[in-house]
Ligand binder design. Structure first.
Ligand SMILES: [Zn+2]
Ligand SMILES: [Zn+2]
Length: 1010
């Protein structure tokens, strides 16, 4: 027993597919044999280079399942293209600076705002803390990649905070500066009072930043100058902006009227009179004079708060249009009153309206968005906290009409969720509006795989606004612009060496390109000899990562790897990385080209119920925690198989172990089945696997040729779908091939041939092994990008075990190419009909409760001639699959099948009829042959040689009916199984032996041999 079962227990594959154990072993195998490092050496022998730049995750949190999904897509592309013979610089990268990291550290330090941060913590320590935090999260990310089997090269990672990276990022700014695309400007920007920094317009539209908030809804009136009872009626949801009010705007061609309410006349647009009066609850009013908007232009009004904001009175003396009506086309006459109050210090359109008329911009705010002394009595109050104070002041001055509250969608900070405020500030801008045409041209050349995300991206790019890149923060790439305190002259720096050369004082040892050290460097003004100091801004973090194509490489690498072949990130990166990469690259090269040739935008990942994953809901699936308990291959397969990469995916742990497990486990067991049989029969791939299928074709039978044909189709389809990033439908092809074609259809057709150990049929068995070897190995290679652990395990334990000359790892193998000579579409069509008719026979049997094992005498096929002819072609196989002795064909239903002994099943134009008559001789023979096959399989499994004659075969717990039918065939059976005697037992207890479980018609039976 021990010697005989050696082959069995020694098999490299455990009886069950246990992915967690298997993955641990393979991970160690990869690490001990430096498989990933060796792939890095293959650049010279590659058939080409496909550039890649990692979209750097921000190191401000731990990786969750959504990140894992994106990383798997990257890894699939890498492993696939590598097997195709390309070299891909699949190197990691980390986004280390900026607001997201700063806020994470503020939280850890228990600091509420920037002022507190600078006073309590200080810049130097703050920066050290930021570095600690990114290192902490870095460990988590590397571990997640390791568990997930993501083959990204961690040793070659780039870090956006390192001096060498910053220096190369500065090169972009220098290019922009040279093209006059980088400039300081006084613009209205979105500003977060919590983070105390401005945001780019891309960030304002960021996923999830619009929230429903409650604001005042205020109607107010400004009295016309030189009039006793005429007023302009206006509306706002931000009463604090009345403090900075400078003008009113009307639409020139619209019709305005005066509405008499009590003793007063209110001016507003005609079409809004009824709804506004209704909202104000005013029923007694009448409409008097009408006029065009144009005729109101130049009308002066009394700004009501001049007594408490003296600066407003002063502004009137500075420009004649202050507190005057102007005409603007942007005025919307379909909402509110059609009279718009303008605060150039707090609104983008308002700002431009003032700017083009030379009207001064009144923006009396400090960095915390508190009003300054210029705002008079409101000095020191946070802007949004003055809303109701303003209402009261208006009320005291007969300028108030009504206040209610309104719930509306309003942009909040994507990091801290404070309500954003629009403020005119001095900032630095990349004038990307000037190069918008080139950017759009570049964007059109890129392949996005799917229409919807492409349209979304292009329409965002069309907005083409200037990009505010300056941030009033600490932990970031410093803006490398120095300005002269005396004459205002500015100079841009682009390297540390240049700084050292030009510095007024010696630069200290611990100097790094960060605040506060970089702020201590002063330069001498070339123009006037004055002292130049750095403009105190850091860069938008999106600028950091957007610089990666140039900043992460050395010059030579940049030439080789950029533009990159393929990038992929979440759909939220439409406004993020995909955008900043493109804008910066067009600036860098001056050409209408992107740094990537294709970009896949991934859908986001949600919880099982379709809710967004968030800390507050507690439904975030952390990658490392998940992968401690669940197989990486299963997660990878499940996530890729479940839906299209651009779909929102609902990640459901319950589903993980169902279909995904079934697919991978089936491949595992098929491979094990092959290995077990092949080893028993001494199959040697090098010797038995004929290089040319033509030579083998003499021993190939129809099912073999059918399988080989289906395999070629699967290779082509799968590869095409991978190329189109349709991972889910690509995997559907493989899944169907493994589960249906191979496991459910092909293996049952050849299994019986493998049960025997007859030397006379050894050649045929070798042919089957050659087919299984080729097919299963091909499938294993195709699976490798998606399930790298299972594929490597099968590669090592099946294919390298049979042939030690194979490469060290599956990752050094070549991607399977379809062999068109093996494709036979006519045969595939024949088999389609064969399987259809076979399943009809099964259906008929089931109706009449005729077990498949019971041989039947006749089947009649009533079908169109084409179907019948096809079936005749494969009739022996059809009869074997259906376990019927003869087949008859007809165009019409014969009369004699009308009797109750015939059972039929049909689909479309095809009918089958089987005779329900049970022939006891046939039944007995059927049972005997079935049992004999099971005994033969057991002989093989236990390692008996074909020449060994068994002393006895014992079969236990066969049902009484079968025992009865079998009686006269026992003698014949002893010959078939090469045994001296066959015994039948009612229960196992009758013989003390090691019983082997088997089954007959779904019922358990037990066999032992010796
Ligand atoms: Zn914020
Ligand atoms: Zn100067």
């Amino acid at each position: 027993m021990t010697a005989k079962s050696k082959a069995h227990s020694d098999l490299g594959l455990a009886t069950d597919y246990r992915p967690l154990e298997l993955e641990k072993e393979i991970r160690e195998f990869w690490e001990n044999n430096q498989i990933r490092d060796k792939l890095e050496l293959r650049e010279k022998d590659s058939k080409g280079i496909l550039g890649y730049v990692e979209g750097p995750p921000t190191l401000n949190g731990i990786p969750h399942i959504g990140h894992a999904r994106g990383r798997v897509m990257k890894d699939i592309r890498y492993r696939w293209k590598t097997m195709q013979g390309y070299y891909v610089p699949f190197w990691a990268g980390w986004d280390c600076q900026g607001l997201p990291v700063e806020l994470e550290v503020e939280k850890l330090l228990g600091v509420k705002n920037k002022r507190e941060l600078l006073e309590r913590v200080g810049e130097e320590r703050f920066i050290e803390e930021c570095k600690k935090v990114i290192l902490k999260y870095h460990r988590e990310w590397v571990e997640a990649d390791r568990r997930l089997g993501v083959f990204i090269n961690q040793k070659k990672a780039y870090w956006t905070y390192r001096d060498e990276y910053i220096e190369r990022e500065w090169q972009y700014l220098k290019r922009a500066w040279q093209q006059n695309l980088l400039e300081e400007g006084h613009y209205v920007v979105a500003y977060c009072p919590g983070c105390q920094t401005s945001l780019s317009s891309a960030e304002v539209g960021y996923e999830g930043s619009y929230k429903e908030v409650e604001d005042p809804s205020l109607y107010f009136k400004f009295k016309l100058a030189n009039s006793q009872n005429e007023y302009f009626l206006a509306w706002t949801t931000m009463p604090f902006t009345i403090i900075t009010d400078t003008m009113l705007a009307v639409k020139p061609e619209a019709e305005y009227i005066k509405v008499r309410v009590g003793d007063e006349l209110w001016i507003m647009v005609r079409q809004r009179v009824e709804p506004v009066m209704q909202e104000l609850g005013i029923t007694k009013y009448n409409v008097t004079e009408n006029m065009t908007g144009k005729s109101l232009e130049g009308t002066k009004y009394d700004y009501p708060l001049k007594d408490i904001i003296p600066k407003q009175a002063e502004l009137e003396t500075k420009h004649p249009l202050v507190h005057t009506v102007i005409c603007e086309d942007f005025v919307d006459v379909n909402t509110a009153t059609g009279v718009v109050h303008l605060s150039p210090g707090n609104g983008e359109e308002d700002f431009w309206a003032a700017q083009k008329r030379g009207v001064p911009i009144f923006a009396p705010f400090d960095d915390e968005v508190k009003f300054t002394r210029d705002a008079g009595v409101f000095n020191g109050v946070f802007a949004r906290d003055t809303d109701y104070l303003v209402v009261e002041e208006l009320r005291n001055r007969n300028a108030f009409v009504q206040v209610k509250t309104v719930k509306h969608e309003y942009p909040t900070c994507w990091r801290s969720h404070h309500k954003l405020v629009w403020l005119a500030r001095k900032e630095y801008f990349l004038r990307t509006d000037k190069i918008n045409k080139k950017v759009l041209e570049a964007a059109e050349k890129i392949d996005y795989y799917f229409e919807a995300p492409k349209n979304r991206f292009i329409s965002f790019l069309k907005e083409g606004k200037p990009w505010c890149i300056s941030r009033e923060r600490v932990w970031g790439t410093p803006l490398p612009i120095w300005a002269c305190a005396s004459c205002g002259h500015k100079r841009i720096m682009s390297s540390k060496a240049e700084l050292m050369e030009n510095a007024l004082e010696k630069i200290p040892e611990n100097f790094e390109l960060h605040k506060p050290w970089v702020d201590r460097v002063t330069l001498k003004c070339e123009k006037c000899g004055g002292v130049m100091r750095r403009e105190d801004y850091v860069l938008d973090t999106w600028h950091n990562s957007g610089a990666s194509p140039y900043a992460r490489f050395a010059d030579e690498e940049f030439g080789k790897f950029v533009p990159t072949d393929f990038l992929t990130e979440g759909i939220d990166q439409t406004r993020g990385w995909a955008n900043s990469l493109l804008l910066e690259y067009v600036i860098l090269t001056g050409k209408p080209e992107g740094p990537y040739r294709s970009f896949l935008f991934q859908g986001l990942t949600q919880d099982a119920k379709g809710r967004k994953m968030s800390k507050s809901l507690g439904n975030v699936v952390e990658a490392n925690k998940l992968l401690e308990k669940y197989s990486a291959d299963l997660c990878r397969f499940y996530m890729m198989r479940k839906c299209s990469p651009i779909d929102f995916m609902n990640f459901d742990l319950q589903e993980l172990n169902r279909r995904s497990y079934q697919v991978l486990s089936t491949l595992y067991h098929l491979s094990r089945f092959f290995l077990q049989n092949a080893e028993f029969d001494g199959f040697k791939p090098a010797k038995n696997l004929l290089k040319s299928w033509d030579k083998l074709s003499a021993t190939l039978q129809a099912p073999d040729r059918w399988l080989l044909s289906k395999l070629q189709w699967a290779i082509t389809e799968y590869t095409d779908k991978l190329a189109r990033c349709e991972f889910n439908s690509a995997l559907a092809v493989l899944e169907d091939f493994v589960i249906e074609t191979l496991s459910r259809l092909y293996v049952p057709m050849i299994r019986k041939e493998l049960w025997t150990d007859d030397p006379e049929t050894l050649e045929r068995r070798w042919a089957i092994y050659a087919i299984l070897h080729y097919t299963l190995k091909t499938v294993t290679l195709l699976f490798n990008p998606v399930t790298p652990y299972l594929s490597e395990a099968l590669y090592q334990n099946v294919y390298r075990r049979l042939d030690q000359k194979l490469p060290d790892s599956i990752n050094f193998e070549s991607w399977p190419e379809p062999n068109e000579n093996l494709r036979d579409e006519a045969l595939e069509a024949e088999f389609e009909i064969l399987f259809k008719c076979t399943s009809l026979v099964y259906a008929a049997r089931q109706q009449a409760k005729l077990k498949r094992r019971w041989p039947l005498s006749t089947v009649i096929i009533v079908a169109p001639e084409k179907v019948s002819n096809t079936l005749r072609h494969v009739e022996p196989l059809f009869l074997e699959l259906t376990n019927v002795k003869t087949a008859e064909y007809a165009q019409q239903v014969p009369e004699y099948v009308a009797g109750e002994n015939w059972i039929s099943a049909s689909e479309g134009e095809v009918y089958v009829f089987v005779s329900g008559h049970r022939d006891e001789t046939l039944l007995g023979e059927g049972i005997m042959r079935d049992l004999a096959r099971r005994v033969q399989a057991l002989r093989k499994e236990l390692g008996y040689m074909p020449t060994d004659v068994l002393d006895a075969v014992h079969i236990a717990e066969l049902d009484a009916e079968s025992v009865g039918l079998l009686g006269s065939y026992l003698e014949e059976m002893t010959g078939l199984v090469r045994a001296k005697k066959v015994y039948l037992h009612g229960v196992r207890g009758e013989v003390k032996a090691e019983w082997h479980e088997s089954e007959l018609d779904g019922k358990k039976i037990y066999i032992t041999i010796h």
